[in-house]
Design a protein around this ligand. Structure first.
Ligand SMILES: Cc1cc2nc3c(=O)[nH]c(=O)nc-3n(C[C@H](O)[C@H](O)[C@H](O)COP(=O)(O)OP(=O)(O)OC[C@H]3O[C@@H](n4cnc5c(N)ncnc54)[C@H](O)[C@@H]3O)c2cc1C
Length: 390
C-alpha cells in the first residue's frame, strides 16, 4: 500500500520512523517500567514539525486540504512500531484537536491550533465518566450557563494525556433533561479555576501514557469556548471518533508490525534441534498468518484514510469502525503469536514482545470497544438490508 503515498507522506513516514528508531526504542522499556511521560519525545516530535501534519496551513500546520488523517496515521503507525505507549502523547493530542478542527470557529482555531501545531501545547478529549463508557449518552457532567460563562460540574475518567495536556475538549450536558441531545462540547484550558486532575491509573500496558481523571467543581469556562452550538455535543464526539479511530487502527497496525519485525529476527537467530526455528513449517505458518493479517489491516486503513483525505466521507463511521476492529484484533493475535514464537523468552521483559502484547489489548477497548464497533457496523448493515428490501 505504500505506493499510494505521496512524496510528502513518505518523508513524514521516514521522519517518524527515524525518531522511533533513534529516540523511542532506546527508552521504551524504561518508560514503560517506570511509567514515565515522554516529554523529551514530545519535544523531538515538535522540533521536526510532526505535530503540524494534521493541522491546516491557515493555522500553522502543513495540511493544504482535508484533515491530514493519512499523515497522522503514518506518524502513529511508525511510532507504535517502537512503543504504543509513548505514541499516545501524540495520538491523544490529535484526538483532542479533532473537535476544534471539525467544529471550531475561525477565532477558536486561531487561538488554539497554532500552539498544538508547534507541539507547545498538548491536547486531550474527555467524554468517558464512571457511569458512562460505551453508553456515552449517560454522561452526568453538567455545564450551566451563567452570564458569559458556563459552569462545569462532574468527573471524567480514563482521560489520555490528563494532567499533561493544556487544552481539553470536554463533553458536558447543557440541558440534562434532554440526555444525549442536551450535550455540548467545550474547550477547557488547564489552569481554569475549579478544574483539577484526580486519580492517575496504573495500567496493564501503554504505561508511558498518562490516563487520569478530570475533575470539574464549579469550573468557570468562558461561553466563547463552546464548540459549535449547544446540543451538538454528541455530534462533535461521533464525528471526532470517525477521524480518530483510524488512528487507533494505525496504532494497532504499528504494534503488529513491530512485533512481526522482532519475531522474524528472533526466529532466524534461535536454534533448536540443530536448526533455526524459522525452518520449521509450524513456525512459518504462524508467520504467514501474521504477515497476511498485517497486510490486510494496512490495506483497510490506508484505503480508508486516503478516502477521508480526498473528501469522500460517505460511510466513514462504518469503515472507521471496521478498520479499528480488524486492526486491533490483528494486533492482539499477532503479538500473542509473537510471544509464542519467542517461547519462554517471549514471556520475559528482556524482550519487547511481552510489552507489545500488553499494549495491543487497549486497542480493542478504547475509543469504543470492539463490541460497540460491531454495533456500528451491524446498524449500518441493517439499514442497508432495509434499502435492498425496498
Ligand atoms: C487506557 C485508556 C485510555 C482512555 N482514554 C480515553 C480518553 O482519552 N478520553 C475518553 O473520553 N475516554 C477514554 N477512555 C475510555 C474508553 O473509551 C472506555 O473505557 C471504553 O469506551 C469502554 O467503556 P467502559 O470502560 O466504561 O466499559 P463498559 O462500557 O462498561 O463495557 C464493559 C463491557 O461491556 C461491553 N458492552 C457495553 N455495551 C455493549 C453493547 N451495547 N453491546 C455489546 N457489548 C457491550 C463492552 O464492549 C465491554 O466489553 C480510555 C480508556 C482506557 C482504558
Amino acid at each position: 500500500m505504500h505506493h499510494l503515498l505521496t512524496e510528502e507522506q513518505k518523508s513524514i513516514r521516514d521522519l517518524a520512523r527515524r525518531i522511533a528508531e533513534e529516540k523511542v526504542k532506546p527508552v521504551r522499556a524504561r518508560y514503560d517500567e517506570e511509567s514515565i511521560f515522554p516529554r523529551d519525545i514530545v519535544e523531538e516530535l515538535a522540533r521536526v514539525d510532526l505535530f503540524r501534519v494534521f493541522i491546516p496551513v491557515e493555522y500553522d500546520g502543513l495540511v493544504e486540504q482535508g484533515y491530514g488523517v493519512t499523515n497522522m496515521c503514518l506518524v502513529i503507525e511508525e511510532l507504535s512500531k517502537a512503543c504504543a505507549g509513548i505514541v499516545l502523547a501524540y495520538a491523544g493530542t490529535a484526538l483532542g484537536a479533532f473537535p476544534l478542527l471539525l467544529f471550531g470557529s475561525d477565532a477558536q482555531k486561531k487561538k488554539y491550533l497554532p500552539s498544538i501545531a508547534a507541539g507547545k501545547r498538548l491536547a486531550a478529549f474527555g467524554i468517558t465518566e464512571p457511569m458512562a463508557g460505551s453508553d456515552a449518552g449517560s454522561i452526568r457532567t453538567t455545564a450551566r450557563r451563567e452570564g458569559d460563562h458556563y459552569v462545569l460540574d462532574g468527573t471524567k475518567v480514563f482521560i489520555t494525556n490528563g494532567g499533561e495536556a493544556d487544552i481539553y475538549t470536554v463533553v458536558a450536558l447543557t440541558q440534562p433533561e434532554k440526555g444525549a441531545r442536551g450535550a455540548s462540547t467545550f474547550v477547557v484550558e488547564k489552569g481554569t479555576p475549579g478544574f483539577s486532575f484526580g486519580k492517575k491509573e496504573k495500567k496493564m500496558g501503554i504505561r508511558a501514557s498518562i490516563t487520569s481523571e478530570l475533575i470539574f467543581e464549579q469550573a468557570r469556562v468562558p461561553a466563547e469556548n463552546l464548540l459549535g452550538r449547544e446540543g451538538m455535543g454528541f455530534l462533535v464526539a461521533m464525528k471526532t471518533f470517525d477521524l480518530s479511530r483510524p488512528g487507533v487502527a494505525a496504532q494497532a497496525l504499528g504494534i503488529a508490525e513491530g512485533a512481526m519485525d522482532e519475531t522474524l529476527r528472533y526466529a532466524h537467530q534461535r536454534h533448536q534441534f540443530g536448526q533455526s526455528i524459522i525452518s520449521f513449517q509450524g513456525i512459518q505458518w504462524m508467520l504467514a498468518d501474521m504477515a497476511t493479517q498485517i497486510e490486510a489491516a494496512r490495506a483497510l486503513i490506508y484505503g480508508l484514510t486516503d478516502r477521508i483525505d480526498k473528501g469522500d466521507t460517505k460511510n466513514v463511521g462504518y469503515l472507521s469502525a471496521m478498520a479499528k476492529v480488524f486492526a486491533s484484533d490483528v494486533a492482539m493475535k499477532v503479538t500473542t503469536d509473537a510471544v509464542q514464537i519467542f517461547g519462554g523468552y517471549g514471556y520475559m521483559s528482556d524482550y519487547p514482545v511481552e510489552k507489545m502484547m500488553r499494549d495491543a489489548k487497549i486497542t480493542q477497548i478504547y475509543e469504543g470497544t470492539n463490541q460497540i464497533q460491531k454495533n456500528v457496523i451491524g446498524n449500518h448493515l441493517v439499514r442497508e438490508a432495509g434499502r435492498l428490501s425496498g
